[in-house]
Write a protein that binds this ligand. Sequence first.
Ligand SMILES: *Cc1c(COP(=O)(O)O)cnc(C)c1O
Length: 376
Amino acid sequence: MGSNHDKYQKGRAWIELNMDNLTHNVKQLQKLLPKGCALMPAVKANAYGHGAVRIGLKLAEMGIKDYCVASASEAIELRRAGITGQILILGYTSPCQFQDLVNYQLTQTVVDLAYARALNDYGHPLWVHVGIDTGMHRLGERSEDVENICEIWRLEHLKITGVYSHLSASDGNSEAEITFTRKQITEFQEVVKALNQRGIVGFKTHLQGSYGVLNYPELEFDYARVGIALYGTLSMSSDRIKADAELRPVLSLKARITCVKALHENEAAGYGLAFRADREMRIAAASIGYADGIPRELSNKGYALVNGYRAAVVGRVCMDQLLLDVSDVPKVSAGDEAVFIGKSGEQEILACEAAERAGTISNEILSRLGSRVERV
Ligand SMILES: *Cc1c(COP(=O)(O)O)cnc(C)c1O
């Protein structure tokens, strides 16, 4: 097999995972946390686009025992792949899937008292963690409604193994955000204390996501539900974190260059005449588009790395392809790789940089990477 054949081994668009970097990030985060606090990695949304089964199994190999996901079907995928630890569903599960909670021994979030009653009415013992709303006002009974919260413990079929809340501004450094986060922490601690005072004990507690750990590492809870940090990126490159943690990106996103050609001065390229050459150019088609997770917002805005050089996206991102300006890339031919997230030569594009150009955060870019992109 010649090298030309090898070039095509990785298909049209693919994700490469650096599992050494995942191991590194796990260790960095574990080092930040107090001894008694275990990581409960967030592997929802296909492990933020990385591939839930692959990441889940690697984490299990590293001794991780607890996971959190968004839905019952995500939890079932992990169970079927052989994950045996606790899997907490952070979101709503419909009563028509309650039997799955039993069959797959999943742990369900109690999103409020009414939902707790629905779970209890199912009549089977179910593992649950109780969600407490300390200020995000999304899920959970409000922290001041202690009587409602206690009511959940009177439901005979619920086996309550955890109580948790979620921070809504822990990524921020402004005084208002820090004050608000401190208030959320206190409210949560007060709920736990109130439960204990009523003789309700023996449950685990958790509050922090990635930014909760990176900005408030001193907190002492039983678990930390880390997502984005585990994958080695911040949400935005402008985020400033308090903890001394060095995170390394796990994912690279690459696509094949399929066609290189001249674009003459004054000619348009791509849909809608959205790009016009103001000089003689060379452009390259890359086999990745918005159906693969490259936001259409990156039309005439994004970048890829080709043979160690930066190449701008020209024209509109198509569903399956896009065009790059490779005029300044010395040698480029069909079969070369275009790197949309990751390193090429001395250059690197971080997920959060690509995200910012698209007006979003790395979490969204990663979690929307399409199922059509191969994971190698
Ligand atoms: C997604 C999610 C997390 C993980 O968030 P990161 O910021 O990615 O660490 C933690 N807790 C809850 C409730 C979530 O929905």
